[in-house]
Design a protein around this ligand. Sequence first.
Ligand code: ATP
Ligand code: MG
Length: 743
Amino acid sequence: MTPLLDHLNAPQLAAVTLPPAHALILAGAGSGKTRVLTTRIAWLISTGQVSPPGVLAVTFTNKAAKEMQSRLAAMLPINVRGMWIGTFHGLCNRLLRAHYRDAGLPQLFQILDSADQQASVKRLLKSLNVDDEKFPPRELCHFINAQKEQGLRAAAVEAWDDWAKKRVALYEAYEAQCQREGVVDFAELLLRSYELLERNEPLRRHYQERFRHVLVDEFQDTNKLQYRWLKLLAGGGAALFCVGDDDQSIYAFRGADVGNMADFEREFKVQNLIRLEQNYRSHGNILDAANAIIKNNPSRLGKNLWTEAGSGEPIRIYESYSDGDEARWIVEEVRALQRDGHTRAEIALLYRSNAQSRALEHALFNAGLPYRVYGGLRFFERAEVKHALAYLRLIANTEDDTAFARVVNFPARGIGARSLENLQDAAKAAGSSLHAAISQVGGKGGTSLAGFAQLIVKLREAAHLPLPELVDHVIELSGLRAHYQNEKEGQERLDNLDELINAAASFVAEEGTPNQDGEITGEFGNDLSSFLAHASLEAGEHQAGEGDDALQLMTVHSAKGLEFNVVFISGLEDGLFPHENAVSPRFGGHLPAQQVGGSQNSMNEDKGLEEERRLMYVAVTRARQRLYLSFAQTRMLHGQTRYNLPSRFVDEVPEELVKWLTPRAGKGGFAVPSAPTFQRTPRRSESSSGSGFRIGQTVMHAKFGLGVIINAEGGGSDARVQVNFGNAGIKWLALSVAKLEAA
Ligand code: ATP
Ligand code: MG
């Protein structure tokens, strides 16, 4: 036996050393699927059964592909760089680059990301004089991609009524435009390389004969076309080796089809079906919690994981009174973990939606803890956030040329490169700012520029608004909100813009200056400029580098396949996780309930909830030793406080596995907006120095009248409360200044 095969259990060893035939490894999280797949490649090569160019391996993310290459490099004395190991998109790109002529593409074809694709569709509609209200670009892109993912070119799409026929015609025109411009979108990468292999027999033969072993990780998340692509490549007698876990299928909203597993077993007459049930990643309590959660999904292939590791620590649950409090608690806990010898890189902070990173980043920044955001940018570096900030900067200072240039034509308002050049020249000649030079530019460009100047005037007129309202107003009036509402994957960007309103609200609450009534509001030139400074500071702080010891922040989707000693899953509230878009058809969003098709019935709702639960299963099974679950009673939404119920997934964790760090949350909920009944969770840092007020208490203010305390921050002389004064609005008050009395 070679050392390669040491430390494999019996079913793993069987899977690694299967004869060259099709195989399906169906196994739960952390059971060694990825390890088996990688070891099999190494074993096949080291025993001379295949040469490195004869292997094709597909992984789900670039990070996973890199990881696989480095693990292989450690096992084999060969150069793994040139091997065909990558994502579907990466491998298709490679194929098309190698055979661009046969694929009918220019040598230097460009790839459109989803924003590019939408811009391209918009341009097309304009050139054809098509009403984009009837055919919103975002939906058209979605339609085109869905067709491509089913392998359908325009000519093959059936259409019965005029509208559907027109839509197909637009699909065709879009294809022609892309072809003319030498660009391909993501779905096209796959379809084009599929067609290339299907039509070009010599080429197909070449690759079919070359790849003797095709191995696929995360097989449960392949879509129909990817499956057909694999079938085509394996059609010449290659052994197809697929590993997957139906319980971790989390991309149905993008067309992934877990049914591919059953199809594969049937169509390829798979004789080798191996199950791995021993988990090597997590301690017993964590695994039991994961098993208990996923058991609530009715449609599963069914399997149960066990571990030899002891039960380990209980799962820690923390209930906070606000999102800010949750973030501060995480910081304290991370510090304690560090004192106990944990490195930051082994601690992951997971969340359901990207926008949630903002509150966490803020707390980490304040605490000076290095962190890295994976699969996305840090909050203040995200394009949409920077756009909104640029408008705010222009309110504070019209001379800010950088901000001006950033948004003068974003969203597009017909100001072309030519007009901008003229403007720059004029500004240079006059030695003035771009804004001041607007009147110097004539013609059509001048008119559009004057329109932009008008917009700035209007925005500046709103500068007296409290900061969060100002931010909201800017997002609206600038057209940013409408712009992203029209974008295919714009929901996440809209969430981030809303989160910027929240950032402004908490900034005012934390650092705003109270006026003589104790009210903390945004005043022009005061809160706005300090907020902008704060944003640049947080953005300017460099993200920890690749090799630095930094906390790992990412969405649950991006955490697939990874593992960490300690995992925090934050924001476990109904509506957030499970996400409201997935379980309720009321909200127009980008998640499954809404994407399955026209009919948004309860079946789709169940499907949405099941996918959310699988996502929770993925999240829980990332942890090796310690798992924290947390939720907040209140969370900022659109700059307003929203009351939440704990996620049902928290309830699905058996009581005996759990240790509550706060008193156990009451069943049946604790908060209604009009009459909050919960008690405020005491914060460690202010243990007994309470303000004398509590959440839910009715109070009297000299100017605003009767109100109810709905939120509180800080302690001692720094204490602030948020009070709902009914008609007088919801206000943050500094207790040291506000004349507030218990009523
Ligand atoms: P996921 O479903 O999350 O992708 P997986 O099934 O791919 O998980 P791996 O990531 O391959 O699981 O393995 C989980 C952990 O268990 C890894 O740290 C791996 O090194 C370890 N492991 C797997 N098999 C064994 C074994 N036989 N002995 C010791 N450790 C093992
Ligand atoms: Mg894996």
